[in-house]
Design a protein around this ligand. Structure first.
Ligand SMILES: [Cu+2]
Length: 147
């Protein structure tokens, strides 16, 4: 009896999970010379972002929405390619290439619809928390299209 119940539970979880897996998209960002292209990416919750041409770069989050998962490893190169974990949390993820932060090699990933208030709050957080060249993320936040 317990086994049947577990099976039913497992199947119901599976049917719940499948649509997300099928719909999840992988977006590509190219680490071209000293900039991320595109530097602003709009994704849906559950999507991933794949960074390519990363041999001499990394992509490390310095700004994450509440409850959001960081990606990239501080002080470490990414390898040839790097894929973020599924980005489930709505909001703005700001990341930088640490070796090239001085060149403004930074980018943002916008997960889901972001309101003007959310955008303003993220900008405020960035101004309060980010130092020196990391403030370059603010320029990218300014260019995000709020909905
Ligand atoms: Cu770089």
């Amino acid at each position: 009896m317990i086994k049947v119940r577990n099976m039913v539970f497992a199947l119901s979880m599976l049917t719940f999970a499948i649509p997300n897996i099928v719909n999840a998209e992988e977006h590509v960002v190219n680490a071209a010379a000293r900039e991320f292209k595109p530097a602003i990416v709009y994704v849906q919750p559950g999507d991933t972002v794949k960074f390519i041409n990363m041999t001499s770069h990394n992509a490390v989050t310095y700004l994450v929405p509440d409850g959001g998962v960081n990606f990239g490893e501080k002080g470490k190169m990414a390898g040839a390619t790097m894929v973020t974990p599924p980005l489930e949390t709505n909001g703005i993820f700001g990341y930088v290439c640490e070796p090239h932060i001085g060149f403004g090699m930074v980018g943002v990933i916008v997960v889901g619809d972001v309101s003007a208030d959310q955008k303003a709050a993220t900008k405020e957080k960035a101004m309060a928390e980010l130092q020196g060249p990391f403030k370059r993320l603010i320029g990218k936040i300014n260019k995000i299209k709020a909905k």
